[in-house]
Design a protein around this ligand. Structure first.
Ligand code: HEM
Length: 251
C-alpha cells in the first residue's frame, strides 16, 4: 500500500516539475500544499495516512450503500419503477445522469435514505471511549468504557418509525430528516463532531451511481432466482454477504 501512495505522490510531484498541472487541482495537491506550508509538522507519512483513510473509509461504504439500495429496489419493484421514471423523466435522452441533474431527483434521494435506514453500512458507528464517568438515561457509564452507538437499532426503532421493518422510501418524501444526524432517529453518517467527514462526497457518489444504474438499464432477477437474500457480513462496514446478481437489460 505504501508503494501505491508513494507512486501517486511522485506522479503529482513530477507533474509540478514539468508544469503540467497547478497545485490545488485535486485532493493530493491540497495535502502536498499543506505539507509544504507546515513542513515541520506534516510528513509524507501523514499525507499517505490521510489518503489511505479517505480511500478505505470512502469506497466500501459508498459501494455497499449502492448494493443495499439495489437489493431493496429489486425486492420492491413498484419503487424501482417509480425511481426509474423519475430519473428518466428528469434526464431525458442525455445518455447519462450528471451531478447537475441530482437536485431534481427527490425520489431517488428518498430511496437511498430508506436503504440507509434499514441497512446503515456502518451499523455500530465507530467506537468511542468515555473520558469521564457519566450517567446516560439512568445507566452509569464508568470512565474509559468502550461505547458503541447502534445505528441499526435506531433506524428500526418502533418508537420512531411506523412499520419499521418495511422498505418504504415514501416515508422520506417531504420529510426534513437530513444526513448529518441532527435528528437522532436516523444517523447513517453518525452525528456531531466525529460524524462522517465524507458525508457530502459519499451521498453524491451513491446518488450518481444509483441514478445511472436505474437510468441506463432495466433490472431483473436471473432466471430461476425467486428472491434475493439480505444476509450481512460482520465487521465495521456491513456488506451484503452474498453477491447481488441481477440481469441488466438495455431498455
Ligand atoms: C455512503 C457513504 C458513507 C457512509 C454511509 C459513511 C458513514 C460513516 C459513519 C457512520 C462514520 C462513523 C461516524 C460516527 O462514528 O459518528 C464514518 C466515519 C468516517 N467516514 Fe464515512 N461514510 C461514507 C462515505 C465516506 C467517504 C466518501 C469518506 C471520505 C472521502 C468518508 C470518510 C470517513 C472518515 C475519515 C471517517 C472517520 C471520522 C472520524 O473518526 O472522525 N466516509 N462514516
Amino acid at each position: 500500500m505504501d508503494e501505491f501512495y508513494q507512486e501517486v505522490i511522485d506522479e503529482h510531484l513530477n507533474q509540478y516539475q514539468s508544469n503540467s498541472i497547478n497545485m490545488q487541482d485535486d485532493m493530493v495537491d491540497i495535502l502536498l500544499k499543506l505539507k509544504q506550508d507546515y513542513s515541520n509538522n506534516i510528513t509524507f507519512d501523514h499525507v499517505k495516512g490521510v489518503l489511505m483513510n479517505i480511500l478505505l473509509a470512502g469506497t466500501g461504504t459508498s459501494a455497499s450503500t449502492v448494493v443495499w439500495a439495489m437489493t431493496m429496489l429489486i425486492k420492491n419493484p413498484e419503487f424501482l419503477k417509480k425511481v426509474q421514471q423519475e430519473v428518466r423523466d428528469a434526464v431525458g435522452k442525455k445518455g447519462k445522469v450528471e451531478e447537475d441533474d441530482l437536485y431534481k431527483l427527490d425520489y431517488l434521494k428518498a430511496v437511498i435514505k430508506e436503504a440507509l435506514r434499514l441497512y446503515p453500512v456502518v451499523p455500530l458507528l465507530l467506537p468511542r471511549e468515555s473520558r469521564d464517568q457519566c450517567i446516560l438515561e439512568g445507566y452509569k457509564i464508568p470512565k474509559k468504557t468502550l461505547v458503541y452507538v447502534n445505528a441499526w437499532a435506531v433506524g428500526r426503532d418502533p418508537k420512531c418509525w411506523n412499520r419499521p421493518e418495511e422498505f418504504d422510501p415514501e416515508r422520506f418524501m417531504g420529510s426534513n430528516l437530513e444526513y448529518k444526524g441532527a435528528d437522532f432517529e436516523w444517523i447513517p453518517f453518525g452525528s456531531g463532531r466525529r460524524g462522517c467527514p465524507g458525508l457530502l462526497m459519499g451521498a453524491t457518489a451513491v446518488e450518481l451511481a444509483l441514478s445511472n444504474l436505474v437510468y441506463s438499464f432495466d433490472w431483473e432477477l436471473p432466471k430461476g432466482t425467486l428472491d434475493i437474500d439480505t444476509l450481512k457480513t460482520k465487521g465495521t462496514v456491513m456488506h451484503k454477504k452474498n453477491e447481488l446478481l441481477l440481469v441488466a437489460k438495455v431498455p
